[in-house]
Design a protein around this ligand. Structure first.
Ligand code: SF4
Length: 387
């Protein structure tokens, strides 16, 4: 069965406020009946408030529109994000005065207010959901679409998977990359060769394992799977393997499933702003140049359909090569633009594949444009005599 995904294009027909993205966000919220669904609900607006001097997180104008819709419907809204991002959120314009509602650290200022859920996945035995998320009775997942060094891209799934958990669980999600072995020291007994392998990576992705000196540790975020190290490593000693990359995505799907399970059916909806698509996530504390064209705003009750629709639309675009930081290596291939940037094993579709497998939604969707862009036809410019 297909799910509805509402979309408002970044492109306008006319130079008119009614055709801009905040206005299209309103149209999408109408389609999702947000005002009708939030009466007396304690509504958490989960967003990434960024940190440091980033300015590409969801602009306060959009957040205020969501807050207003919740208030119109008789709900009690608040914005929540992880503590180290909310502690200086005012630097990026996220204050009660600007947004019209409070901004809370999701697990309290010391990140120690949470609920524990048992569910085994690789190195993770229990998931610690931030208390302010689980205490809310309705959630609006308001995400920003961008690239991501661990999994190629981040949007609706990523916003919940990492942002609804406390720091301890977020670290464990990142550590899933290391669960399946990739370094086999018995196949490389010569310490000089180990040093040569480490030196072969031009991205600093290979380092000596701090806990296990003499062994290799991969920083998967920096690895674009170019294979240079494999040309130096003795056969079988080092693996650059899909399982290590995909486990982060699967952990994101499981984490999202855990957070969503704390809400009653129909009490979560998802909105995503696909503008200023930076190469890496908003955690970096700065805003890079956009590496893809602005797409617009999306909304759906189905998180799987939403991220699938976003990825499909991004897939029709090409990287803005002149905006890609020169430290990154573009690897053209028959891949999604986010894989061209971060490497083919960082398949951005894995999270929706795993999410669908967990019953979180459908990858089949109907895209409904809430205000289609009109094309104008004009007669040719010809000579008109002045009489
Ligand atoms: S595959 Fe390339 S980027 Fe990855 S660790 Fe090896 S040399 Fe570095």
């Amino acid at each position: 069965m297909s799910s509805k995904v509402y979309f408002g294009s970044a492109r306008q027909s006319r130079l008119d406020a009614k055709e801009t993205l905040p206005a299209k966000l309103d149209l999408i919220m109408e389609q999702l009946h947000i005002r009708d669904r939030v009466k007396d609900e304690m509504v958490v607006i989960k967003m990434h408030t960024g940190n440091n001097i980033g300015y590409s997180t969801v602009h306060p104008v959009f957040v205020r529109k969501v807050v207003q819709a919740v208030k119109d419907g008789g709900g009690r809204p608040f914005v929540a994000d992880v503590n180290w991002d909310t502690q200086d959120a005012e630097n990026r314009g996220y204050t009660r005065e600007v947004l019209g509602c409070p901004v809370y650290p999701a697990a309290g200022p010391r990140d120690n207010y949470y609920y524990t859920h048992q569910r085994a996945y690789k190195n993770i035995k229990e998931w610690k959901v931030a208390g302010m998320i689980e205490d809310a009775t309705f959630m609006i997942n308001l995400s920003h679409v961008k690239g991501h060094p661990s999994c190629g891209f981040g949007a609706a799934f990523k916003n919940l998977a990492l942002g609804c958990m406390i720091g301890e669980t977020r670290s464990q999600i990142h550590d899933t990359n290391h669960y399946d072995p990739y370094w086999f020291p018995e196949k490389c007994p010569d310490p000089k060769v180990v040093k040569d392998i480490i030196a072969s990576c031009p991205f600093g992705a290979l380092v000596e394992d701090k806990q296990n000196p003499g062994n290799i540790h991969i920083h998967f975020e920096q690895c674009n799977q170019c294979g240079r190290c494999l040309k130096v490593a003795p056969e079988g000693s080092l693996k650059i393997d899909a399982i290590n990359f995909h486990s982060f995505q699967e952990a994101c799907a499981v984490s999202t499933a855990v957070s969503l399970s704390t809400f009653a059916p129909g009490k979560v909806t998802h909105l995503s702003l696909a503008t200023i698509l930076t190469p890496v996530c908003d955690c970096f504390g700065f805003t890079g140049m956009p590496i893809l064209p602005d797409l617009g705003v999306f909304g759906s009750d189905d998180i799987v359909a939403l991220d699938q629709a976003i990825l499909d639309m991004v897939g029709t675009k090409s990287l803005i090569v002149e905006n890609v930081p020169t430290s990154l290596e573009i690897r053209p291939g028959p891949w999604h633009p986010f894989q061209v940037l971060h490497g083919p094993l960082k398949d951005p579709y894995k999270v929706v594949e795993y999410g669908e497998g967990l019953g979180l939604g459908s990858r089949h969707y109907e895209l409904i444009d809430v205000l289609p862009v009109e094309e104008f036809s004009r007669g040719a410019v010809t000579y008109i005599s002045a009489k």
